[in-house]
Design a protein around this ligand. Structure first.
Ligand SMILES: [Zn+2]
Length: 141
């Protein structure tokens, strides 16, 4: 049996795919421009300018790392579109609403699982702080 998108209409899926492809194009094109910009670096002689450029470069690198991460996520999401698993929660196989996907096309969790993940994250945080209580979330359930 084909594990197809039981939740999204083809029209909705195409709309999301368009957003993803557009984002991908925007990120890849930006990359190309930045590489061109870097060629000017050798023309600088003032060490102060050079320091400033280095700071800017490290900020740019951080920014690009984030963008690369996002780009990878977009590629992964596009794979899921092709595999017809897109729109399904990776945790519970439940529906991720089209509204949520439109706002956040790379979402992998439905809103319920997402909220649960966030809650358990903050619980883990508190757990570390109140270890003396000696109870884990599992025991409380
Ligand atoms: Zn879920």
């Amino acid at each position: 049996m084909e594990k197809a998108n039981p939740y999204l209409k083809k029209r909705q899926l195409n709309a999301i795919k368009k957003i993803l492809l557009h984002e991908k194009e925007r990120l890849t094109r930006k990359d190309a421009n930045q590489d061109l910009f870097c060629l000017d670096k050798n023309e600088l002689s003032d060490p102060l300018d050079e320091a400033a450029v280095n700071i800017q470069a490290s900020q740019e690198l951080r920014f690009r790392n984030r963008e690369n991460f996002y780009l990878k996520k977009i590629n992964k999401t596009l794979d899921r579109v092709e595999n017809k698993t897109y729109g399904m929660c990776t945790d519970c196989d439940g529906e991720i609403s089209f509204e949520r996907l439109s706002a956040r096309p790379t979402a992998e969790l439905c809103i319920v699982c997402k909220e649960e993940a966030e809650v358990s994250e903050s619980h883990n945080f508190h757990q570390k702080k109140s270890k003396s209580l000696g109870k884990t979330m599992a025991e409380l359930r």
